[in-house]
Write a protein that binds this ligand. Structure first.
Ligand SMILES: [Zn+2]
Length: 522
């Protein structure tokens, strides 16, 4: 048994610390004298690659493969650090030489990864209306066919939103290994939401600053798309003799429901357990988290009716907005408190979403909003219609039928008590909750790669909102699907959205190592 004192400086915060690393025989396990690190902050993680008999004291760089720790034959010992004292046992996975080569290749691809992400950001695929999908497919086609992927393009001709002005183009790239085997599919949406206000950089320039790439879609999810491309390419270069297939798709319209994208492809058989066995969606869920699925959705439009009259004599009319006020009143008194009581066993993040929720999305009553250049006053009218859209998010523990009935019963109750209460309720959109099993093959593979690459236990989460997994599950009947990708979820759709370059590299390594596991590459 050997013990090493390893002083090092944590780059970001200048903290000095000593690690006591106890090396067990054969270097199979290591122990460190640090606090148990909960890995909330990945910057407190680092890897130590130790050669067997080495100096008693070694300066540790942030990243092992850049550090001068020598060659692939050295075992990578993963140690977590935080000031303090504790004894925490780690099992060390001896990395094969090829795995080290794979990681090194990804590190060496950093400049390419940055450039690729910038190029993707510079294609403004804003949705709605759905701009630039064909240009995006051209770009991905050129990139991936150069790296011996075969390319198929699919236009969702009869899907929602498709028109000659805004065609819904999708691309599927496939690389087949030497022999037969399973297929791992990376699916990224290529559309981004509108820019909005508050930007301090050009949202479509791909500005690089402080180790981050800024731009609309940088984190949601062009950074994830770029990371998966680099991961797949490096995997194929390192394991050219692998069995099975790797697919990468760039699909449109996720931000508006995915009907011209993944839903369409799933209907046409592209996501089908017979041809695809594992799906990873590189949405920005943070690089040490595995997103198993999402809550369910029910969007409804409620309309109340009144009677139009002169505004000076409202008693001659019947105000639809007041009827809607009674609906909101009932929401406040009964529905919102009841929803807060419905907690779920799904590991939804953030914690506030670990229950049923409902948002009042919009409300319109009375005269239409005047146009911006109208300078006159409104006319005196009692509104005869009021419309409200509500966005209800529900849990695995609830059924869609129950959720529907809850609103209908609430409206009926008001109707029983309130004079002249007339209403209609229309369903706009619904999605069932979905969640992959903890022991699904893709979950286990990605979890193992996170442990290996980041030295921490992955956090298993469920997304508060939906993404394309719903179509892969419901239409494609593919349960073995997760979201895993770089980027901070909270930055999605915000001004000055960015993606961290190191995060992309780390998650690319996790994705590449997952390919090694899932395709049993040796
Ligand atoms: Zn997204």
């Amino acid at each position: 048994m050997r013990q090493l004192f390893v002083p090092y400086v944590l780059k970001d915060c200048e903290t000095k610390a000593h690690l006591l690393v106890t090396l067990q025989p054969q270097l199979q396990t290591g122990q460190c004298c640090c606090n148990r690190n909960r890995h909330r902050d990945c910057r407190t993680l680092f890897h130590v690659a130790l050669a067997q008999p080495r100096a008693e004291s070694t300066k540790i760089e942030w990243h092992p493969y850049r550090a001068a720790f020598g060659r692939a034959s050295y075992l990578a010992l993963m140690v977590c650090w935080r000031a303090g004292k504790c004894g925490l046992n780690y099992t060390v996975n001896a990395q094969s030489e090829r795995l080290e080569q794979l990681n090194r290749r990804i590190d060496e691809a950093e400049a390419d990864l940055v450039e690729l992400t910038q190029s993707l950001i510079r294609l403004p695929t804003v949705n709605p209306p759905g701009d630039g999908y064909a240009d995006m497919c051209d770009f991905l086609d050129a990139r991936l066919s150069k790296n011996s992927f075969s390319i198929e393009r699919v236009r969702a001709t009869d899907a929602l939103g498709d028109s000659d002005q805004y065609p819904r183009w999708n691309i599927i790239a496939r690389h087949d290994g030497r022999g037969k085997g399973e297929c791992v599919h990376f699916n990224s949406h290529t559309d981004v939401v509108d820019v909005g206000d508050g930007w301090t950089v050009d949202p479509f320039a791909g500005v690089v600053r402080d180790g981050k790439i800024f731009g609309r879609g940088a984190c949601d999810m062009k950074g994830g798309l770029a990371a998966s491309i680099v991961a797949a390419e490096c995997f194929i270069q390192t394991y050219p003799d692998y069995n099975g297939a790797v697919e990468i798709s760039g699909t449109c319209d996720e931000e508006s429901g995915g009907f011209g994208g993944v839903a369409y492809l799933a209907e046409k058989g592209w996501f089908n357990p017979a041809r695809v066995q594992h799906v990873i969606i590189p949405e920005p869920l943070n690089k040490d988290r595995i997103c198993l699925g999402h809550r369910g959705v029910l969007w409804s439009e409620i309309e109340t009716y009144g009677h139009i009259a002169h505004g000076s004599m409202p008693f001659l009319g019947d105000c639809a907005v007041r009827h809607m006020g009674a609906v909101i009143d009932e929401f406040e008194k009964d529905l919102f408190p009841a929803l807060a009581q419905k907690r779920t066993a799904m590991p939804v993040v953030p914690d506030g979403a670990r229950q049923s929720t409902m948002n009042i999305n919009s409300i319109h009553g009375g005269l239409a909003e005047p146009s911006a250049d109208y300078t006159g006053l409104p006319s005196a009218l009692v509104p005869d219609r009021c419309r409200m859209v509500v966005d209800r998010r529900f849990l695995m523990e609830e059924t869609l039928e129950e959720v529907r009935a809850e609103l209908v019963q609430l409206l009926q109750k008001i109707g029983d008590q309130r004079e002249n209460f007339r209403y209609e309720i229309r369903e706009l959109f619904s999605v069932l909750p979905t969640m992959a099993e903890h022991d699904a093959p893709v979950v286990k593979a990605v979890a193992g790669a996170i442990r290996n690459e980041m030295g921490c236990e992955p956090a298993y989460v469920v997304s508060p909102g939906t993404y394309d997994q719903k179509h892969i599950d419901r239409i494609g009947k593919l349960k073995n699907c997760i979201a895993y990708g770089p980027g901070i979820l909270d930055l999605a759709h915000q001004p000055d959205e960015y993606i961290g370059i190191q995060d992309m590299l780390d998650s690319a390594k996790v994705m590449a190592q997952s390919l090694v596991t899932l395709l049993s590459a040796k």
